[in-house]
Write a protein that binds this ligand. Structure first.
Ligand code: NDP
Length: 337
């Protein structure tokens, strides 16, 4: 039986895209729980575009990861030893455990995972932060209503694929933007989107004028950049732009230009609102109940891409998000080599 616990730590802050110099892999004994604590053997770690932002030493919605600290990450694992009666050995839990093979917790902000509802990786996707981001971003920030035309970018990713499905379930017309014919085929096929635009092979602006000639009511933005500009040019009166993320600029080394089409907000009496999913923590039970019910009834397709390789594969797997190499929620299997 192994006694070593390996983890990924931040070695230095990246300029541009993280590379091998960004990370250190360290090893230490598996932590023993103190009274009230338990140790978790991590099975799956969530890889998120937001991780890139957490590496920058700037004021943000959470403090940056410090040099030498274990990389922050949500993860799912099983309790391997316990001095906490609420979390006995064998229980499956999710929490902000980091990129580490084992973690110690006192149970704060830990969720007990119900595998009868969905397998462990789904608790990092539809039943985790991406699911809640889609739910509250669309319904609360986007004030979605039946009959709306909803446009979503990053549409074949963790958040985007759920945004489109929730909008369809609520009687909206949905257009997704994603990279490549396979992703677009998945959106209009299995997921039931009304249309998809492959931004890598066609002009988003031209496609939108054809697919949404009367304009869009909600643009759920996961990518920013030129796609945001094209969406702004197609707003309908009273439209809501939900600013969820802007992955196209996360590795940029220069300040990114603002959207030149922003006056469309004025002309169309539209709004553009940013949000952070953790603003909704106290309403997570509502979002989790809805998502659980949709999953139970087979109304929402959940998809995770589980990458192998554990700790050693963290850096290369994280890069998949910026290459568009993932479909659905990207998860790292922490033990399968
Ligand atoms: P995804 O699963 O969508 O993975 C990222 C995807 O982004 C890639 O698969 C790729 O898909 C696309 N992409 C990468 N580079 C570009 C580019 N230059 N232009 C256009 N698309 C690109 O990640 P998530 O669903 O986890 O996150 C989606 C967004 O939501 C991110 O911006 C993230 O930061 C944000 N987010 C915000 C939260 C909040 O609280 N505000 C919470 C969680 C996520 P493709 O092949 O289509 O290019």
């Amino acid at each position: 039986m192994t006694t070593a616990n390996r983890q990924v730590r931040l070695a230095q802050r990246p300029v541009g895209r993280p590379d091998d110099n960004t990370w250190n892999i360290t090893s230490e004994p598996i932590p023993e729980p103190a009274d009230g604590q338990f140790t978790v053997r991590i099975d799956y770690a969530s890889l998120d575009p937001a991780m890139r932002g957490w590496l920058n030493d700037v004021r943000s919605y959470v403090p940056p990861v410090g040099i030498g600290e274990v990389m922050r990450a949500h993860a799912v694992g099983r309790v391997s030893s316990s001095k906490n009666a609420d979390h006995p050995v064998g229980q499956l839990v999710s929490g902000s455990f980091g990129i580490t093979e084992y973690a110690v917790s006192d149970g704060r902000d830990v969720v007990v995972v119900d595998e009868t509802l969905a397998p462990a990786p789904t608790w990092l996707g539809a039943l985790g932060f991406p699911g809640m981001t889609a739910y509250f971003g669309l319904l609360d920030v986007g004030r979605m209503k039946a009959g709306d035309t909803v446009l979503v970018s990053g549409a074949a990713g963790a958040v985007g694929s759920l945004v489109g499905q929730i909008a369809k379930l609520n009687g909206c017309r949905v257009v997704g933007i994603a990279g490549g014919p396979d992703k677009c085929g998945w959106l209009t096929g299995e997921l039931g989107f009304d249309a998809a635009i492959d931004y890598k092979s066609e002009s988003v602006g031209r496609a939108l004028r054809k697919l949404a000639p009367d304009g869009i009511d909600i643009y759920f933005d996961n990518v920013g950049g030129e796609i945001l500009n094209s969406a702004l040019a197609c707003l309908r009166e009273g439209a809501r732009v939900v600013l969820c993320g802007a992955i196209s600029g996360y590795n940029a080394t220069d300040p990114q230009p603002g959207p030149s089409r922003y006056l469309s907000l004025l002309v169309n009496r539209a709004s553009m609102s940013g949000f952070i999913v953790t603003d909704y923590l106290d309403r997570f039970p509502e979002g989790m109940a809805a998502m659980s019910e949709w999953i139970r009834r087979g109304l929402v397709v959940t998809r995770e891409q589980v990458a192998p390789g554990g700790i050693d594969a963290f850096a290369s797997t994280l890069g998949m998000l910026f290459d568009g190499a993932n479909t659905g929620k990207l998860v790292l299997n922490m033990h399968e080599q």
